[in-house]
Ligand binder design. Structure first.
Ligand code: ACO
Length: 385
């Protein structure tokens, strides 16, 4: 008689992969003890205060900050890669205006892949070239789409302008004063990278099958779109518009919490005592409010502060980066639907850094599921009745 087969232990379930480490990364980390975020070892607050977004992109991809010569060469390459070809511009112009701008971006990246003859080349050099081309072109797509929705012709990129300034130029035909550009650049730096967040993890899952970079980025855009992730910066503004009046903030919050609604722009899987990126973004946003000197803006900022205060005192849940960033983008004049695409223009740097890192020591990402469906049963001989 053979011994009974040992019972297989049911694997422990970690819903949402909460608290599960799936790999190592040298790109960024949240240091819980000091509640800080570092990119390649540098505190993100210091990078935002002292460096440009282009320098941060270089740092994320190459591991070190560029010297002056490296930066000049990097900027020149990014600026040269910006223009869209006619076919792409025509394809994007044919998408329905009813679709979300994130769908436009997702389609654009997929299309870039289909027309890139090096799509399947996964050498380090090819990855860098594709990442830089995406960094250069995504803002052109977002700006052209923004203008199309306002019935306006696209404005070609200006190679004399830096990444942030050029985006304003392509959206509005002018560059605002340096304080506004600085606030935007701070947001891009803060949004650039955040370890194994949902969209980055999505990009790593796709890459782990040895699929191509464009497929990984297309999937990451889909993951970022959701309101529990990047889509929250848009949801914040919709929520503030819904509340409207600062005096309604507390009552609105009580009702929303009683209805078990998620309050957008609050909470975080990793930070339990506040998102380390918020103070610097909030400070930059406050400067935008102060310089506006407009009663409507003051009302919105008062409402924003009242809701933050009420949420912290009611639930002890702090805002995440999307809370001040959503308000900042509104004050800069962007449409709400452009907020998450702007996040993509920044996070493309972190995603592509992770795609390269995943390939350096790849392991197929394939977790288990614990089955809770029907017991095994025979297939009926034919459909009854
Ligand atoms: N509003 C109301 N309650 C909240 C919120 C919130 N924003 N965030 C957390 N909670 C509550 C949950 O309801 C839960 O309460 P319970 O234990 O009584 O059920 C508790 O806090 C723990 O929350 P979880 O949802 O388990 O925490 P998790 O780590 O899964 O969620 C998440 C993190 C998804 C970000 C969540 O806080 C949330 O939905 N926030 C709103 C959406 C948002 O702002 N997303 C942006 C994330 S940051 C970024 O992408 C840049």
């Amino acid at each position: 008689m053979s011994a009974p087969a040992p019972a297989t232990a049911t694997p422990e379930i970690h819903r949402g992969l909460a608290g599960v480490a799936v790999d190592t990364t040298a790109i960024s980390t949240v240091i819980q003890e000091t509640n800080s975020l570092t990119y390649r070892g540098y505190p993100v607050q210091d990078l935002a205060a002292r460096r440009s977004f282009e320098e941060v992109a270089y740092l994320l991809w190459y591991g070190e900050l560029p010297d002056a010569t490296e930066l000049r060469a990097f900027e020149a390459r990014e600026r040269a890669l910006r223009p869209l070809d006619r076919t792409t511009a025509e394809l994007l112009a044919r998408l329905p205006e009813t679709c979300h701008p994130m769908d436009v971006l997702r389609t654009a990246v997929s299309f870039f892949g289909s027309e890139d003859p090096t799509e399947e080349d996964d050498s380090v050099a090819a990855h860098h070239a594709k990442s830089l081309a995406l960094l250069a072109r995504l803002p052109v797509v977002v700006a052209a789409d923004h203008r199309r929705r306002h019935g306006l012709a696209p404005i070609p990129p200006d190679p004399s302008l830096g990444y942030a300034e050029n985006f304003f130029h392509m959206c509005f035909g002018s560059v605002p004063d340096p304080e506004v550009v600085h606030c935007f650049e701070v947001s891009l730096i803060l949004y650039a990278e955040h370890s194994f967040n949902a969209s980055t993890f999505t990009a790593r899952v796709v890459t782990s099958t040895l699929s191509d970079l464009y497929s990984a980025v297309t999937a990451a855009i889909g993951a970022l779109k959701g309101p529990l992730h990047g889509g929250a910066n848009e949801a914040v503004m919709h929520m503030l518009n819904e509340i409207g009046d600062p005096d309604r903030a507390e009552a609105w919050l009580d009702e929303a919490l009683a209805a078990k609604r998620k309050i957008m722009g609050f909470g975080h899987r990793v930070y339990r005592h506040g998102d380390s990126r918020v103070p610097i973004m909030q400070e930059a946003t406050d400067r935008l409010v102060a310089r506006a000197g407009d009663p409507d803006v003051t009302r919105l900022a008062t409402l924003h502060a009242a809701l933050r205060h009420a949420m912290i005192s009611r639930k002890g849940i702090h805002p995440n980066l999307d809370y001040p960033a959503g308000l900042a983008y509104h004050l800069m004049g962007f449409d709400i639907a452009a907020f998450t695409p702007i996040f993509v223009m920044s996070r493309i740097t972190g995603w592509t850094a992770h795609i390269s890192e995943q390939l350096e020591h790849n392991a197929l990402i394939r977790p288990l599921g614990v089955y809770n469906g029907p017991e095994q049963r025979p297939v009926p001989a034919h459909t009854p009745g």
